[in-house]
Write a protein that binds this ligand. Structure first.
Ligand code: LLP
Length: 447
C-alpha cells in the first residue's frame, strides 16, 4: 500500500507498532475484490450480508479443498491419512465437505465423535485423541469402531483395556509420546515440552508400550505426537520424528511392530503478511524420507480451515476519545475469542475497497462488557464509517468452535460458498436456544 497517509485522529500519543505500519493489505485465496467489492469464491460478501444477519462466519469451499489437497498432493510417495482436527471447526458441513475429499478426522470428545459420524465420516478414518477420556467416551468410540485411540497415559491405557474388555472389543492404540521439544509457539498451544500435560515422556514410553502389549484387549498399532499449534518450522517435526524413529526401532527390537506414525497437526498460517509459514510440501520434503513403509497420519486443523474462513461484522459506531479511535463492531469476544485470550492477530479489511488512501489508527472492539473484548488494537485502516462491513480474516479455525453465549449473545450463523452460491450451514441461534435447557424449580416460583 504505497503513498498511504496515516493519521492518528486525536491520538498522537498512541504507540506506533512498526509491524502494523508496514502491513500491506493481503487478500487470501478464495477472498478477492471484484470491482471493489470483496467476494468469497465470486459471491459478493455485501450481498450475503444483506440476507444474513451480521456477524456471521463465511467459508470458501474452494479454499478448504485446496488446503486439504495441499496435503495429499505433497505426500504422494507416502501412505498418508489426513485426520482433520475437527476441534478447529466442527460444523457438520465442513466435516462432510472434507470427508467427501477423503479426509479422516481427529476427534477428542464424545461430541466431536458424534459430529464426525453424523457428517458421514467412516469410523475407520477416525482417531480419538485427548488426555481426559472418560469410560463413556471410550465405550462410544469402541462401539463406533474408530481406527485408533491416541492414549495419553498408562492409567488411561488400563481403563481402556477394561472398557474394551467389557465391550468384548480389542482397542487399537497409539501411545502419545511427549518428545520434550520446544515448539516455539504461544505457551497455551505448546504441547510437546517436558512440562506439558500431554503424552508420556518419550524416555518412559518403551515401558508403557511393553505393558500395553501384555494387555488382553489392547492392540498396539501406532505412535502419536503433537508438539503444538501454529508451528512455523518444519525442522520441529524432523526433530520429533527422529526421536520417534529411535523409539520405533527399540520397540521393534522387543517385537512390538507398529503400523503407523501419527505426527499430529500444527502447521501454522500467516495471520500477518510478515509471517512466513511452511507449506505441507516443506513438511513432506523433510519427513517423507524417514517414514519408510509406515503409514503416516497427520492431524492438521488450522492450516486446512483457518484461511478458508472469515468473520463478517458490521460497524455499529465510531467513537473518538482523547486517547483512541474506536470502531465498535457487532462481533465480540464471544464470537471470536482468539485476540482476547492469545493476543492473536487477525487482519481486518473492509468489504468495500476504498479509494481513500488515508489511514487512521483504530482499536476495533466488540459490544461485550469487558475491556479485553477486542478484535484488533492500534490497527491502521482506511477511514471506516458506521454501517460499514468489516471482514476479520483467517477466522475459519478456532473461530466459531471457540465461540460462546457469553453476555447471553446467541451464537452466530455460518455460511459456506460453493461454486459461487452461498449456503447457510448453521442458523443463527435465537434466545430460546440459549434457555431451552434451563428450568426454574417450583420452589422459586412459590413467592
Ligand atoms: N492434534 C492434536 C492432538 C491437537 O491437540 C491439535 C490442536 C491438532 C491436532 C490440530 O492442530 P492445528 O493443526 O490446528 O494447529 N485454540 C488455539 C489452538 C488450539 C490447538 C489445540 N490442539 C488457537 O486458537 O490458536
Amino acid at each position: 500500500m504505497q503513498n498511504v497517509k496515516r493519521r492518528l485522529l486525536n491520538s498522537d500519543f498512541c504507540i506506533l507498532n512498526v509491524e502494523y505500519l508496514h502491513h500491506k493489505e493481503k487478500i487470501m485465496p478464495g477472498f478477492e475484490y471484484v470491482d471493489d467489492e470483496l467476494c468469497c469464491d465470486s459471491a459478493s460478501i455485501s450481498k450475503i450480508a444483506s440476507k444474513v444477519k451480521t456477524p456471521f462466519y463465511l467459508y470458501s469451499h474452494d479454499t478448504l479443498k485446496k488446503n486439504y489437497q495441499s496435503y495429499t498432493d505433497a505426500f504422494q510417495t507416502v501412505d498418508l491419512l489426513v485426520c482433520y482436527a475437527c476441534k478447529a471447526n466442527s460444523n457438520l458441513s465442513i466435516l462432510r465437505a472434507l470427508g467427501n475429499m477423503g479426509s479422516g478426522m481427529d476427534v477428542l470428545s464424545y461430541g466431536e465423535l458424534f459430529r464426525a459420524l453424523k457428517a458421514g465420516i467412516s469410523p475407520e478414518k477416525i482417531v480419538f485423541n485427548g488426555n481426559g477420556k472418560t469410560s463413556e467416551e471410550m465405550a462410544y468410540a469402541l462401539q463406533s469402531g474408530v481406527f485408533a485411540f491416541n492414549v495419553d497415559s498408562q492409567n488411561e491405557l488400563f481403563l481402556l483395556n477394561e472398557v474394551a474388555k467389557a465391550n468384548n472389543i480389542v482397542a487399537r492404540i497409539a501411545l502419545r509420546v511427549n518428545p520434550d521439544i520446544n515448539p516455539l509457539t504461544h505457551p497455551y498451544v505448546a504441547t510437546g515440552l517436558a512440562k506439558s500435560k500431554f503424552g508420556v515422556p518419550i524416555h518412559e514410553a518403551k515401558e508403557v508400550y511393553r505393558t500395553a502389549s501384555t494387555l488382553e484387549n489392547i492392540s498396539v498399532v501406532g505412535i502419536h505426537s503433537h508438539i503444538g499449534s501454529q508451528l512455523s518450522k518444519v525442522e520441529l517435526y524432523l526433530e520429533t520424528l527422529k526421536k520417534i524413529m529411535a523409539l520405533v526401532k527399540e520397540l521393534h527390537d522387543i517385537h512390538i511392530h507398529l503400523e503407523f506414525i501419527n505426527l499430529g497437526g500444527g502447521i501454522g498460517i500467516p495471520y500477518q503478511e510478515s509471517e512466513s509459514m511452511p507449506h505441507p510440501k516443506d513438511l513432506s520434503t523433510i519427513i517423507s524420507p524417514l517414514i519408510n513403509d509406515y503409514r503416516l497420519i497427520l492431524e492438521p486443523g488450522r492450516s486446512i480451515v483457518g484461511p478458508a474462513g472469515v468473520l463478517v461484522t458490521r460497524v455499529l459506531y465510531i467513537k473518538h476519545t482523547h486517547k483512541k479511535n474506536f470502531i465498535v463492531v457487532d462481533a465480540g469476544m464471544n464470537d471470536l475469542i482468539r485476540p482476547s485470550i492469545y493476543g492473536a492477530y487477525h487482519h481486518v479489511i473492509s468489504a468495500t475497497r476504498h479509494s481513500n488512501t488515508e489511514e487512521i489508527m483504530y482499536d476495533i472492539v466488540g459490544p461485550i462488557c469487558e475491556e479485553g473484548d477486542f478484535i484488533a488494537r492500534e490497527r491502521y485502516m482506511p477511514r471506516v464509517k458506521q454501517g460499514d462491513l468489516l471482514i476479520i480474516k483467517d477466522a475459519g479455525a478456532y473461530g466459531f468452535s471457540m465461540s460462546s453465549n457469553y453476555n447471553s449473545r446467541p451464537r452466530v450463523s455460518e455460511v459456506m460458498v460453493m461454486d459461487g452460491k452461498d449456503y447457510i450451514i448453521r442458523e443463527r441461534e435465537v434466545c430460546e436456544d440459549m434457555i431451552c435447557k434451563e428450568s426454574i424449580p417450583d420452589i422459586l416460583k412459590e413467592i
